[in-house]
Design a protein around this ligand. Sequence first.
Ligand code: AMP
Length: 550
Amino acid sequence: MPEHHTPLIATIAAGLALAYAFGLLAHRLRIQPLAGYVLAGVVVSPSTPGFSTDSALAGELAEIGVILLMFGVGLHFSLRDLMAVARMVVPGALVQIVVATLMGAGLGHLLGWSWTAGLVFGLALSVASTVVMVRAFQERHMLDTERGRFAVGWLVVEDLVTILTLVMLPTIAMMATDGAVPPGRLAFQLLVTLVKVGIFVTGMLLVGRRVIPWLMHYTAHTGSRELFRLAVYALAIGVAFGAAKLFDVSFALGAFFAGVVMGESTLSQQATEEALPLRDAFAVLFFVSVGMLLNPEVIVDAPLALAATVVIIVGVKAAVSWAIVRTFKLGDPAALAVAAGRAQIGEFSFVLIGLGLELGMVPPLARDLVLGGAIISIVLNPLVFALLVKRMQPESAPFASGEQVIAAPTPAQQPRHDVLIGYGRVGSLVGAALRRSGAELVVIETNEDGLEKARRDGAEVFVGNAADPEILAQANLAAARRLFVTIPEAFEAGQVVEQARAINPLLEILARAHSDAAVEHLERLGANLVVLGEREIAERMLERADTAPA
Ligand code: AMP
């Protein structure tokens, strides 16, 4: 048999298979699967014995994850959103970067490094990972809320700062070694980069905004789903790559803007969202690739420095971000969410410190500290979120000026109330009718429009992902009469039904489904009635069409 040299396939196969195995194991042990993915990376990393894969390839695969993820975020982001938060996120992100950088530089100084080395190290600690933050927000259905948009805006600013730093770092390195470089050169480089980014952004907004949605509609009209999906991937990855090669924009930012312009029409937004199933698999590879970078020696060689690094990343950054958001007079929920989102570092930091090392600006220990700090902070991040976001729930009330909701401080206490999950197309019809019939109604919803509508209909409202036990607990299911699960996603609906059945064996549970498998799944978990949307549609059509045999 000929010898095959297929490092790409080996990396994908080992990465996905081990991530799956360790993710499953983590789930069994009731830890976040994310920790399992990182551990999978440690196992296949070249620095641990046994089987190893190519970490450069894994890094590139992870980039595809970043591209698809940011593209998806962009889809839900309009330019208006971006403008609305810009006033606050620009100064906010900048102040946070400065404070974290100075802290990092201070630590570097204590370790006996030069100030330049300390500043590069500090900068690497100051920027958070897109993937980690976006996934954490997505999981909690917070990306589409105002605090989600705020956090994403902050991310965009950080990304821009990173781009500028990366461009200027080589010149700064030259200036540090021999002072002969004229300072005007730095200003010139800054200007050139800003102009390039500006050209890219305006180009996307003026040309891309017309061409891309048109292309999507044109493709949709061919009636070929395959071509449509291809269009999505080609545009997302193509624009990101082009942005990076031609305009010095990062992949993440390029993909984000491609998403923003493609999301201009809600139709293409939805269709495109459906065409992105590969995104999650690649995002998992991101965590594997992070694990692969671990150099375990740093834990033994410099435990104190590593601990201090983690304190800066998790403690200082979170506290500073929290304080900044508070000064904008946004509520605690927003401040805590942003703080939790910032309490980690990832891909940008690797790039920054990698370049610093290449230019001889930082010692190898700085890189090891950044990598170790990243892995620890990423694995800790779900805990940080759980800690801070828990505090956020009881106060799910006003974000800025009445953005959010109204939630009673105590769990719903009406005797024999009805609970409704989701207040969209299905839930709002059910809810309005229930209210008309005089029922006491408790609604759990993630999305602001739905929440607002439910409140107007006179329901008691709780914000959050209903599949989360802590959110669901607020509906006081033990005392409820009926539960209506009107969310379309079968896994989440299943989690709600399962918990509800465990809490209250007598509760009448009615659920929505979109496939025979989902019907079976929900019935098995304890739903009394599962309505298959598609079947109801068929029946209504047949009701109208006369199908009696002639
Ligand atoms: P529709 O498909 O139009 O009936 O909308 C479904 C509604 O359910 C949307 O408004 C979503 O925001 C909401 N929703 C989806 N998943 C969840 C969840 N896990 N928890 C709470 N609300 C949800």
